[in-house]
Design a protein. Structure first.
Length: 103
């Protein structure tokens, strides 16, 4: 597992363990909610300053975030995995399906 992916899993897990939304964590850390989302998706890298802000917001020392990252960063999922179904879309009675647009 890549370090950035492991950190993303650790951050998400610790945020959920603290029973916080991304917006709540962002507000406490002084960061934008979209940045928290990007960190949890492993599409952004935290700076040292960000690690300290996240640690303060989560009530832990910033080194704990790093230590847990190097322990492997297990994936956290709250509740069962959602069931994805595929199939025909149910239409309301009396409404025919839309015809494709002609060019």
């Amino acid at each position: 597992m890549k370090v950035l992916d492991a950190f993303a899993n650790v951050l998400r897990s610790m945020r959920l363990d603290a029973d916080m939304t991304q917006a709540e964590l962002a507000a406490l850390a002084g960061l934008h909610p979209n940045f928290i989302s990007r960190l949890e998706l492993a599409s952004a890298q935290p700076t040292l300053e960000t690690l300290f802000a996240l640690g303060r917001a989560l009530g832990c020392p910033p080194q704990l975030l790093v230590e847990k990252t190097f322990e492997g960063g297990t994936t956290y999922r709250r509740g069962p995995r959602p069931k994805i179904t595929t199939g025909a879309v149910k239409r309301k009675p009396g409404r025919p399906p839309k015809a494709p647009a002609a060019h």
